[in-house]
Write a protein that binds this ligand. Structure first.
Ligand code: AMP
Ligand code: ZN
Length: 434
């Protein structure tokens, strides 16, 4: 492994025993701080009868309370703060759906740590200060753009804060400033690929682009391949959530096989979302995270709702921080249609593997319990022969039935006809009258 693929080799390759000692020390410190300063945790500790001194090993973590997104909303705006407001430096909110968002405060140290972890995450794929970073995540309250922005600056890259959308301008910027890597959502990645194709831009010929960090939404390996082909890049999966810094929590290394989660900053558990009990090693479940370094708003055992599993085997890159498998969705993403449990990712996997199918889709639930999968055709996908369309339609319906066990309606649409969102894509519209 070339030395320059590490931002902080010592910590990234720290042996497990030393890493766990560091984790315990930081966990104890975090628990002391919240017990002293956060009324929410003081009350929870009292209910459970735990005291900070009870945390003598990492296994004692299970004695601590869970924290949920409802708890964050209930303590809006500043109830979860563990520092005085004067010591906060930045406010972000999480991409909430309705009502009050989750308010997430950062201290100076938190801003710096978040950038540090992004720097590690970029550098482990070979990014250096010579690279040019065009950030296509949404700037604003969302952590997606600002945190990676600071991370790339820390590495010393030229950073272009383009934000998402306006693809014509994106291409101009990429050409004029020789952009080498980008960070964007999978839905915008798919859209941009279509845009390049439509405008005759051959990425490998016309752009200097080499890498794309893709995250903020769940996506499949099939989608990764589509973005890689369409943008002429290597795609690295990038995971984060605002409650825990935002992006830079878990990214893929150059192996592109599972995301190293920075365990000197986060303790992880995988639990059964129904019972709250840990799953067996390597089994899928809900990711639960405890922050170990966050100053302004430390969170204990935060229920992310994201479904993943821990990879058991060590990585060829020598990093000792364990890897998470691709997030397959959120436990609250699950749809129940005609009594069957379905994750939107299952549908995406079928669609993106099918030739002739384009890059945008929508799952519409209507009427009593009817599912229609609307999907765009590829630019070059339709030869004008209606029977070919009908064949593709029934083929897709069959493939989907094999995957999700119910047969949806399939609607094929011309390229560019479905809405494209600038932030996270809305893949499911549920207008059922039940
Ligand atoms: P936010 O806090 O608004 O940044 O949203 C965080 C959420 O986005 C996570 O809890 C995940 O549900 C989702 N997310 C972020 N990155 C990924 C990724 N690489 N794969 C799947 N889901 C992701
Ligand atoms: Zn690795």
């Amino acid at each position: 492994m070339p030395l320059n693929m590490f931002w902080d080799q010592k910590i990234e390759t720290l042996d497990r025993a030393a890493l766990e000692r560091l984790q315990l020390q930081r966990l104890q410190d975090t628990v002391q701080r919240v017990a002293a300063r956060v009324p929410f945790y003081q009350q929870k500790f009292a209910e459970l009868g735990v005291k900070p001194d009870d945390i003598r090993s990492l296994a004692n973590l299970r004695r601590l309370p869970f924290t949920t997104s409802a708890d964050l909303r209930a303590n809006y705006p500043a109830g979860m703060l563990a520092v005085s407001l004067d010591d906060t430096l930045r406010l972000h909110t999480s991409s909430g759906t309705t009502g009050k968002p989750k308010a997430l405060f950062f201290s100076r140290q938190d801003v710096d740590n978040a950038a540090e972890l992004c720097a590690r995450s970029f550098v482990m794929t070979g990014v250096t200060k010579k690279d040019v970073f065009q950030n296509m995540m949404t700037y604003g309250m969302f952590t997606g753009a600002l945190v990676t922005h600071y991370g790339a600056e820390k590495v010393g890259c030229l950073v272009i804060p383009a934000g998402p959308g306006n693809s014509e301008r994106q291409v101009m910027l990429m050409q004029d400033f020789r952009t080498t890597f980008i960070h964007l959502t999978p839905s915008y990645g798919l859209y941009l690929a279509t845009f390049l194709e439509k405008h005759g831009v051959e990425p490998r010929r016309d752009l200097a682009l080499r890498k794309a960090f893709v995250g903020a939404e769940a996506y499949t390996e099939e989608t990764r391949r589509k973005i890689e082909e369409g943008l002429g890049v290597d795609v690295y999966n990038s995971y984060g959530l605002s409650e825990m810094n935002g992006p830079g929590i878990a990214f893929e290394c150059e192996q592109k096989h599972g995301m190293h989660i920075w365990e000197d900053h986060f303790l992880i558990e995988i639990i059964d979302p129904q019972t709250g009990d840990p799953v067996a090693d390597g089994q899928p479940g809900e990711l639960v995270m405890t922050s170990l370094c966050r100053e302004a708003m430390p969170l204990l055992r935060y229920r992310t709702r994201d479904i993943t599993s821990i990879m058991l085997e060590p990585c060829a890159c020598d990093r000792t921080h364990r890897r998470l498998n691709r997030i397959t969705g959120r436990s609250d993403d699950m749809l129940i249609v005609r009594g069957v449990n379905i994750y939107p990712q299952q549908i995406e996997r079928v669609l993106m593997a099918q030739s002739g199918v384009g890059r945008n889709y929508l799952i519409a639930l209507e009427g009593l319990d009817e599912m229609t999968v609307k999907v765009e055709l590829a630019e070059a996908g339709f030869d004008g022969q209606v029977e070919h369309l009908m064949k593709l339609q029934s083929h897709l319906a069959e493939k989907l039935r094999a995957e999700i066990l119910i047969k949806p309606q399939v609607e094929l649409l011309p390229p560019g006809s479905l809405p494209v969102s600038e932030g996270k894509a809305k893949r499911v519209v549920d207008n059922r009258k039940m």
